[in-house]
Design a protein around this ligand. Structure first.
Ligand code: NAD
Ligand code: DAU
Length: 337
């Protein structure tokens, strides 16, 4: 019998992970702690509303009393920490909350886990901690940490705290660093869902600068499977990179999306570049392949098409996000709990 605490489980990757856990580890209990910030959407977990092995708790990872209570009440064996402020553009506009959640919140979780003797802690991080690459090469786990944005700096700080807990207190902590995810339930502020939903509404598609920045895309379910592999077979104190060897310039992504949607390129609008914009990310995931026995399974052609069809078929989900109606879904379905 295993009980895992997933934090940020109402977000994009978290809701996909909780769904995967309930499908593939049916005997496990999943405690899902999420603050339901603007990025958290309880509607993404609608299928699990009556599932007795999914315990949803609305709360903050930085609330030590709450976290301590949850770890002891549910006898949590392992934590997967996905709760975060995750959007680079928002971190440029207001970095404070990124430090509160991503740095202080992670430290609170680590400390509570240490006190409650949680067996394993997986800190879900990002390739953005490595900064920007030139035209060649890939990030390995040994690449220096050179974050560019307040978001990536806060994630790098959390990684270092997590690894410090492993070294100083002998805690079993693993840090994972994944490249750009795409798939269902992604908040339509990130590149792929923003472009799909804008195109579906006939709005302009804002491409930053020349649009030749390169990202290395991985399907969210491949990332979630990698997290389970790290939980099952990772070694405490280690860092694992995850990626799909799938680099594309942003402009090509936008053009492929327009083709899949049957829309023309006239919707594309080049706008002012993001300050401090990283030019290229590329991940060397050979350590995870070798040591965790994990490999991505979803081809980009298939995954991108499925994602486009998901947004076409789930218009209500993203329209309620855009109108703000999604924020009252929790109250309507769970009352004041
Ligand atoms: P997201 O913004 O979609 O979801 C974040 C979730 O965390 C939301 O449900 C939000 O309500 C919750 N949350 C925020 N602050 C909280 C707090 N203080 N306490 C409890 N819950 C809180 O993000 P995502 O894209 O799903 O990313 C999840 C994690 O994976 C993040 O840690 C992110 O850094 C990391 N990551 C994301 C990507 C990507 O491409 N999206 C890639 C690599 C790593
Ligand atoms: O690499 C992993 C990271 O990927 C995660 O850690 C972050 O949480 C996640 O948000 C993502 O960060 P990016 O900054 O790469 O993602 P975003 O979708 O914001 O942007 C992807 C690229 O597209 C980037 O080069 C900026 C560009 N872009 C983005 C938006 C929102 C545009 O050109 N126009 C846009 O409107």
């Amino acid at each position: 019998m295993t009980t895992v605490l997933v934090t940020g489980g109402a977000g994009f990757i978290g809701s996909n992970l909780v769904g995967l856990l309930r499908r593939e580890r049916p005997e496990w209990t999943v405690v899902n702690l999420d603050k339901l910030t603007y990025a958290g959407n309880a509607e993404s977990l609608a299928d699990l509303r009556h599932d007795p092995k999914h315990v949803f708790v609305r709360g903050d990872i930085a609330d030590a009393d709450l976290v301590d209570h949850l770890l002891r009440e549910h006898a949590v064996d392992a934590i997967l920490n996905l709760a975060a402020e995750s959007h680079v553009d928002r971190s440029i506009l207001g970095p404070g909350i990124f430090v509160e959640t991503n740095v202080s919140g992670t430290q609170v979780l680590l400390e509570c886990a240490r006190q409650a003797k949680v067996k394993r802690f997986v800190q879900v991080s990002t390739d953005e901690v490595y900064g920007s690459l030139g035209p060649a090469g890939k990030f390995t786990e040994e690449s220096p940490l050179q974050p560019s944005s307040p978001y990536s700096a806060s994630k790098a700080a959390a990684d270092l705290l997590a690894l410090a807990y492993a070294r100083t207190y002998g805690m079993d902590v693993i840090v994972t660093r994944c490249s750009n995810n795409y798939g269902p339930y992604q908040f339509p502020e990130k590149l792929i869902p923003l472009m799909i939903t804008n195109a579906l509404e006939g709005r302009r598609l804002p491409v930053y600068g020349d649009g030749l920045q390169v990202r290395d895309w991985i399907h969210v379910v491949d990332h979630c499977r990698a997290l389970l592999a790290a939980l099952d077979r990772g070694k405490g104190g280690e860092v694992y990179n995850f990626g799909s060897d799938n680099e594309w310039p942003n402009l090509e992504i936008v053009q492929r999306l327009l083709e899949l949607l049957g829309r023309g390129r006239e919707l594309i609008e080049h706008v002012k570049d993001r300050p401090g914009h990283d030019r290229r990310y590329a991940i060397d995931a050979s350590k995870a392949r070798r040591e965790l026995g994990w490999a991505p399974q979803v081809s980009f052609a298939q995954g991108l098409e499925q994602t486009v069809r998901w947004y076409q078929g789930n218009r209500g989900w993203w329209e309620r996000v855009r109108s703000g109606e999604y924020r009252s879904w929790y109250e309507r379905n769970y009352g004041a709990r």
